[in-house]
Write a protein that binds this ligand. Structure first.
Ligand code: SAH
Length: 225
């Protein structure tokens, strides 16, 4: 069978996009990163992160850094993806998760690789088109929608997990309304001067919040492009 991807020869030659590069990334996440959840580490060892980045930058895919993905957007750094995913599933694997901000498709692929039924909404059509192609090539079943994700995805609500990958001044009430009882929402919240990663759980009809630390995300914006 023909290989599905033709990597840049130089990146391939240097092993920048190899399984070894991915294994090293995972060891850093476990070591300095303090990521403990083996399910998350295994998923991130499996998903080929370089496939979600433009070829010109693929050799940097396994550095712990955010990278541009076009349209002024970025793929989150591996540690942030790991930490958000870990926080999302810490209190149990949700059956169905919603991501707001598909971007490159990497975070959604990690969720789908964990075996979660994954729904992802993106406001920029061009990014979504590219992400969909990647899901198809990876054989991943991620359901996507081109829309303003602040409204969630009412047809499939409620969700056991919701992950927002762009920052707003506050959590969207419409998203909280789509969070199932016992469910977990993870989102960056704050202003230009500082964002915090918040986790909100819906327990007995109450929303319980904890602060997971400082983060930097691109803004959650209204409307579609
Ligand atoms: N999860 C992505 C991160 C992408 S950056 C990844 O793994 O690559 C955040 C993304 O959120 C951008 O693609 C941006 O276009 C998108 N976004 C911002 N506001 C949005 C909104 N209201 N609805 C849906 N997507 C939004």
């Amino acid at each position: 069978m023909m290989p599905r991807y033709h990597l840049q020869p130089e990146a391939k030659g240097l092993g920048m996009t190899s399984q070894r590069a991915r294994d090293r990334m995972v060891e850093r996440l476990r070591g300095e990163g303090g990521i403990r959840d083996e399910r998350v580490l295994t998923a991130m060892r499996t998903v080929p992160r370089h496939v979600f980045i433009d070829e010109a930058l693929a050799s940097r895919a396994y550095e712990d850094t955010a990278l541009p993905i076009g349209n002024g957007q970025t793929i989150s750094q591996p540690w942030v993806v790991a930490r958000m995913t870990e926080a999302l599933i810490e209190h149990g694997l949700p059956a169905r998760v919603l991501e707001v901000g598909t971007g490159s498709g990497y975070q959604a692929s990690v969720l789908a690789t964990l075996g979660l039924e994954t729904y992802s909404v993106e406001r920029i059509e061009e990014l979504l088109r590219i992400a969909r192609r990647r899901f198809r090539h990876q054989g991943l079943n991620v359901r996507t929608r081109h829309d303003d994700g602040r409204a969630g995805w009412p047809e499939y609500a409620p969700f056991g997990g919701i992950i927002v990958t762009a920052g707003a001044a506050a959590i969207e009430p419409g998203l909280l309304a789509q969070l199932d009882e016992g469910g977990t929402l993870v989102a960056p919240v704050g202003s230009a001067t500082g964002q915090r990663l918040l986790r909100i759980r819906r327990l007995d009809g109450q929303f319980v919040q904890d602060d997971l630390g400082a983060v930097v995300f691109v803004p959650l914006l209204p409307g579609t492009l």
